[in-house]
Design a protein around this ligand. Structure first.
Ligand code: COI
Length: 359
């Protein structure tokens, strides 16, 4: 069982090490480091066979339940290289706690959070030379859990793999802090209350692709999803949560049961509140947002997420009408939050929240 489990470490042979990618053109999720962490869960043994090993293919039976019924969940967190040369993790334990919430929703086993954080630190330390040092660059961490039992009856798997892979990344949209153009979906929906929208389930992202492609054809970076029942209330961007500065308030949709409870969302709320900003979590309709844009009271909009960090929104496209936000420029609060969060994550400043952990 996990309590007795040692993490075995098999280092890659020096001649098999991959060349490091160019730091000025990392993109997002295109390169993977030399090692990964993997462990197996079975009904009889619980979590076992925990290993850090060279990055490699998984051997999967084509009947594995993940391929047929989509029992797959994942997380996203990051490691950062500090100015002091130390390596930092940001709220990684919170990500594994959230993964346990996703696991509960998908009938998958719980992770022992402390042990997994320890294994993650060992993995990141081993591949620390892959952490990029450029502005806005980091080592993206992708923990994943999948159902591995070969069986076609629709029931929870008796076997799972949990693995962590690492990818040096630049900014998610490949355009730094430049504001994005967001397409408001009035056609498809992302998630419904009672479904799996509040869990980080792989299928949520697969289901978003068709609309994302339509958004791209319209020249947009991403989709802003509205609620599934009335197509009226703002939910999230899919790769990030969304915030609006209207008048003097910072407003974000409340966690309705169909929205992902973002770790960056929570961090932004706490940082903004510590600055005395009035943060309001509530239902907000697209009509209210566009009305505020027309009246000039919508000062800023931005997305928040591990991958997206703080991503200013410069324009909303809804039913063929374009709504420019802050003349398409990043707003004052988004810029201040971006700077603050990057400096915290890179260990450049005092961390009053105790979110940053040294590897
Ligand atoms: C993240 O921000 O880590 C995400 O999971 C969003 C996306 C890249 C799927």
């Amino acid at each position: 069982m996990w309590e007795d489990l040692e993490v075995a470490v098999e280092k890659i042979a020096p001649d098999k090490m991959k060349p490091k990618p160019p730091e000025d053109n990392l993109g997002f999720g295109a390169y993977f480091t030399d090692h990964m962490f993997v462990m197996t869960w079975s009904r009889e043994q619980g979590w076992h066979d925990a290993r850090i090993c060279p990055y490699q293919d998984l051997k999967m039976d084509p009947a594995a339940r993940v391929f047929h019924y989509g029992q797959a969940i994942f997380e996203g967190t990051k490691a950062y290289l500090g100015k002091d040369g130390q390596v930092y993790l940001f709220r990684a334990a919170d990500n594994f706690e959230r993964m346990n919430d996703s696991a509960l929703r998908m009938c998958m086993p719980r992770l022992p959070v402390d042990k997994v954080v320890k294994a993650l630190k060992a993995l990141v330390y081993l591949d620390r030379e892959w952490i990029p040092s450029g502005d806005g660059a980091s080592l993206y961490i992708r923990p994943t859990m999948i159902a591995a039992e070969p069986a076609l009856g629709v029931s929870p798997s008796s076997k799972y793999y949990f693995y962590i892979i690492l990818s040096p990344v630049g900014s998610y949209y490949g355009q730094g802090f430049t504001p994005t153009r967001i397409y408001v979906s009035d056609e498809y929906v992302r998630a419904v209350k009672g479904g799996v929208g509040a869990a980080k389930v792989s299928g949520n992202y697969g289901a978003s692709l068709l609309m994302s492609e339509n958004a791209k054809k319209a020249g947009c970076n991403q989709v802003l999803w509205l609620d599934a029942c009335e197509h009226k209330y703002v939910e999230e961007v899919g790769t990030s949560n969304i915030f609006f500065v209207i008048g003097d308030q910072l407003i974000t949709p409340s966690l309705s049961g169909s929205i992902l409870p973002g770790i960056t969302r929570d961090s932004v709320i706490k940082i903004a509140e510590s600055w005395g900003v009035e943060v309001v979590e509530r239902k907000i309709s697209i009509d209210e947002v566009l009305g505020a844009s027309n009246s000039g009271s919508l000062k800023e909009a931005f997305g928040t997420g591990t991958a997206a960090v703080i991503s200013p929104v410069g324009e909303l496209l809804y039913k063929n009408t374009s709504y420019l936000i802050n003349n398409g420029r990043p707003g004052e609060l988004s810029s201040r939050l971006y700077k603050e969060i990057c400096e915290l994550q890179n260990g450049y400043r005092e961390d009053p929240f105790k979110w940053v952990v040294r590897v």
